[in-house]
Design a protein. Structure first.
Length: 613
């Protein structure tokens, strides 16, 4: 784990020992360079792969930084993280927190004014880097996750049942909440100010969308090409490689990396010996097309069993995304090959409209365009009032469509949610449910969906996914697994040039009818292979359900974990018993996901709550 950490305020204990303990947590399984600066009533530290972290003093200002920050006026990295911190200190003296307006790239930054006993915490606009904090009266403690915070005597960890429920619903814990009472996350594009016991968080940037622009694909293609090259070029130095799944994003980044550096890109791909999951053929198409220096690794069920403890230890909160495992092996393969930084293609779907659910939601939205009288007096009485509809396949399908189409967004977005489909009362213990708000996850989504400055369905869905899919899920998946593998990671498609360009695209350039990524794919005709442009989205999906059925050691690990989970009185015992004995055999993919998240929940408890690791 990489990041910044420390505190502002009075401390009860040996400050240097506490700081050393926090540093040991952040250093991670592959120790990174660490920096720290301390003084009366404060401490700051930073740790990360070489060249990504620094902590130091600049007059009365103490600054800790982790990431790849960029200045808006230049587009390139500072000469070093130290040089960036020095420049940020100068800007802060002049502009205060408005200095953040000129910072781009990915970063977590902590600033303490020793003279005023004030602190500022901030993360980048997309939330690539993470900051968790605990504020209690005149004390502020912070770090990249709750494990680091808990090394401070005032930031104890107490599991919040609501956080557990949110994990069960979302398969991760959406910010700003965490799984621990009193621990919160700084949201993307936000900063925190702490002074004299008062703590406030505010946005310094919010996603913006242009919805009335008129243009053509050919007019915008040169600007798009330039933005992509700026994004890749910003991170292309040194021993750099790419994750290559064979999708449009990773193939684009890999192809442009070769152009920017003038040398074959070093690409790394993961495969699976499981029907319907292996996408290596597409990765090879892209590798041949761009003449990359290509490397492959096939993840086995035995690899999964070996890596599960690594994943369970790497995340300070429960994390149920099974594709963390192939991400880890891909990063590990690259590191063993001498690569020091990987480039990920994450963000393209959430910027340009690439997720299949966008097309599905568009289809549902069409129903709302019908006159209300036709819907409420004609169609719905027929489909929901007449007996025997369930025996007529066409009408049964129509009723299912209307039932979902009638749901408002973002509730409709979650109509396929496991907990919604199975029913929370059928999965979770009644006593556990009595102490939580089951509507909280959807309320968090509604806040984002309703709060974005956009009217089009596609842009509001993109804003939702920038938060819940990217910040809360996919980015932690990649950054934490790269940390575990001991390698740096950056995301060219989340460079300001690409983000700003995507925000200004007309809505129908992202989703045209049911055609995903309309502009992206049109603009890259002739650059990407036609097979890549035509393929359906897949990524590094793990065949967890299949291997839970067929590989005994994985099934035994899951069985032992679920048996241990029973004692926590969260999940109903009859549901746990039925999962491995009945449900998994009937639908490996569907119920395999539930088995996986329950297994990872129990192993998270064992690693982060039951014992201090």
């Amino acid at each position: 784990m990489s990041g910044v950490y420390g505190w502002l305020g009075p401390i009860d204990g040996d400050a240097r020992q506490i700081m050393a303990s926090m540093q040991s947590r952040v250093a991670g399984p592959v120790p990174n360079p660490a920096f720290s600066v301390m003084g009366p009533g404060f401490a700051l530290g930073a740790s990360g792969p070489a060249g990504t972290a620094f902590a130091g003093a600049f007059g009365p200002l103490r600054i800790a930084l982790h990431g790849h920050p960029l200045w808006h006026d230049g587009g390139n990295h500072a000469a070093s993280t130290e040089a960036f911190c020095e420049r940020f200190a100068r800007a802060y003296r002049t502009f205060g927190v408005r200095a953040l307006d000129s910072v781009r790239g990915d970063f977590a930054i902590a600033l303490i004014d020793a003279d005023k006993a004030e602190a500022v915490l901030a993360i980048d606009r997309i939330g690539i880097r993470d900051l968790v904090y605990c504020a209690d009266r005149e004390l502020l403690v912070f770090g990249p996750d709750s494990d680091a915070l808990a090394e401070h005597p005032a930031a104890r960890k107490q599991v919040d049942p609501q956080g557990i429920y949110n994990f069960m619903y979302c398969h991760m814990v959406p910010g700003p909440q965490t799984v621990f009472t009193g621990h919160s996350r700084v949201l993307p594009g936000h900063y925190l100010q702490a002074s004299r016991g008062a703590v406030a968080t505010k946005p310094y940037w919010m996603p913006t969308f242009s919805e009335d622009r008129t243009c053509t694909v050919s007019e915008l293609t040169p600007e798009f090409s330039s933005a992509l090259r700026q994004g890749v070029g910003a991170f292309a130095g040194g021993a750099c490689g790419t994750f290559l799944s064979g999708g449009t994003d990773s193939s684009t980044v890999s192809g442009i990396l070769g152009e920017v550096t003038g040398a074959p890109a070093r690409t790394y791909s993961i495969g699976f010996e499981a029907a319907g999951y292996d996408e290596m053929a597409y990765a090879r198409i892209a590798a041949r097309h761009f003449h990359t220096d290509h490397h492959e690794y096939y993840v086995t069920p035995a690899d999964v069993v070996a890596a599960i403890p690594i994943v369970a230890a790497a995340y300070g909160q429960p994390f149920g995304n099974a594709s963390a495992i192939p991400t880890y092996f891909c990063a590990k393969l690259a590191r063993e090959d001498g690569v020091t930084r990987m480039l990920g293609g994450d963000g393209g779907d959430e910027l340009f409209g690439g997720n299949s659910r966008y097309a599905r939601q568009y289809q549902f939205s069409l129903y709302g365009r019908l006159p209300q009288a036709i819907r409420t007096r004609g169609i719905e009485p027929l489909l929901f009032g007449l007996p025997g509809i369930e025996h007529l396949p066409v009408l049964r399908k129509a009723r299912s469509y209307v039932a979902q189409a009638r749901l408002p967004m973002p509730e409709r977005y979650e109509s396929y949610n496991l907990l919604e489909r199975l029913g929370a009362a059928n999965v979770l213990e009644a006593e556990f449910l009595a102490g939580i708000d089951p509507g909280r996850p959807l309320a968090l989504m509604k806040d984002v969906y309703d709060g974005v400055a956009a009217q089009s369905l596609i842009n509001r869905m993109l804003a939702l996914d920038l938060k819940f899919t990217l910040y809360d899920n996919d980015l932690p998946k990649v950054t934490r697994m790269c940390d575990a593998a001991g390698i740096d990671v950056a995301f060219p498609l989340l460079h300001e040039s690409v983000v700003d360009f995507a925000g200004a695209l007309p809505p129908d350039f992202k989703l045209r009818g049911t055609k995903l990524r309309y502009f992206f794919k049109e603009a890259l005709q002739g650059f990407l292979p036609p097979e890549i442009l035509a393929k359906k989205k897949h990524g590094f999906g793990l065949p967890a359900g299949v291997w839970l059925q067929t590989y005994a050691p994985l099934r035994e690990l899951a069985g032992d974990s679920l048996a241990a989970l029973k004692r926590r009185r969260i999940v109903r015992s009859d549901m746990i018993d039925a999962l491995l004995t009945q449900h998994l055999a009937t639908h490996a993919g569907y119920y395999g996901t539930l088995v996986w998240i329950l297994m990872m929940l129990e192993l998270w408890f064992q690693n982060h709550v039951d014992r201090r690791v």
